[in-house]
Design a protein around this ligand. Sequence first.
Ligand SMILES: *[C@@H]1O[C@H](CO)[C@@H](O)[C@H](O)[C@H]1NC(C)=O
Ligand SMILES: *[C@@H]1O[C@H](CO)[C@@H](O)[C@H](O)[C@H]1NC(C)=O
Length: 198
Amino acid sequence: MRYYVVIVLCYFIDLSAGAFVMESENEAGYYWREFDGKMIPHDALPGGINSGGVTTYIGQVYARNLVIPAKIDIVKGTVTYEWGYQEFRATEYIKILCARYPEQFQWLSTGNGYISQLEGKHLIRGGYGENADIYIGRIQLDDELALGKVFNGTKQTTLHIPKDGKGTQHAAFQILSYNPSISNRNDSNDCQVVINPY
Ligand SMILES: *[C@@H]1O[C@H](CO)[C@@H](O)[C@H](O)[C@H]1NC(C)=O
Ligand SMILES: *[C@@H]1O[C@H](CO)[C@@H](O)[C@H](O)[C@H]1NC(C)=O
C-alpha cells in the first residue's frame, strides 16, 4: 500500500516538472512532412500561385544553420528561399507543410507595426532565426502570388520573397494562420443521406 502511494506521488511530480503532453486527435491540424524533391504529398497545403497560374507549396529548409520557410514550385521543380536579399535554391533538408483540413487556414492581412493586432491568432511558425519570430507570408507580385518568410524582429516585421535570383522586402502582406474552430463541414456533407423516392 505504501509503495502504491509513492508511485502516484512520483507521477504527479513528473507532470508538474513540465512533462510533455500527448496531442489529441483533434489538435493534429498541420504538420511538416519530409519532401523528397519529387512527390507532393496528397495533403500538402496550397500556398501561392506561380506566374504560370499553378499552385505553389509551403516548404521549410535547413540551411545556413537556420530553419527557413521556402517556396516549392512544382513546374520549375525548385525549392527556393530568401536570405540576405538574395534567392537561394535548396536541394536537401526540405520539408513541406501539410494539413488535414485546408479550409482551417486563413491568410490574414498585416504588416510592419500591425502584427501585435494578431494577438490570439495561431500563426504558423515557418522556421527559427536569431532574435526573431519566423512565420509564413505571401504577397501578390506582378503575376505571382509569391510565398516567403515573415521576419518579426525586434525593430520591424517584414515579408521577404525569393524572386528571380533576388530577395525583395515588403511592409504589407498576408500571414498564414490556423483556425481549428472553423468546422469541417465537408466531413458531415460526406455523410448526407440522399433519399431517392423512386
Ligand atoms: C514580434 O516581435 C516583437 C518584438 O520582439 C514581440 O514582442 C512580439 O511578441 C512578436 N510577435 C509575434 C506575433 O511573434
Ligand atoms: C469544402 O470543400 C470545398 C471544395 O472541396 C472547399 O472549397 C471548402 O472550403 C471546404 N470547406 C467547407 C467548410 O465548406
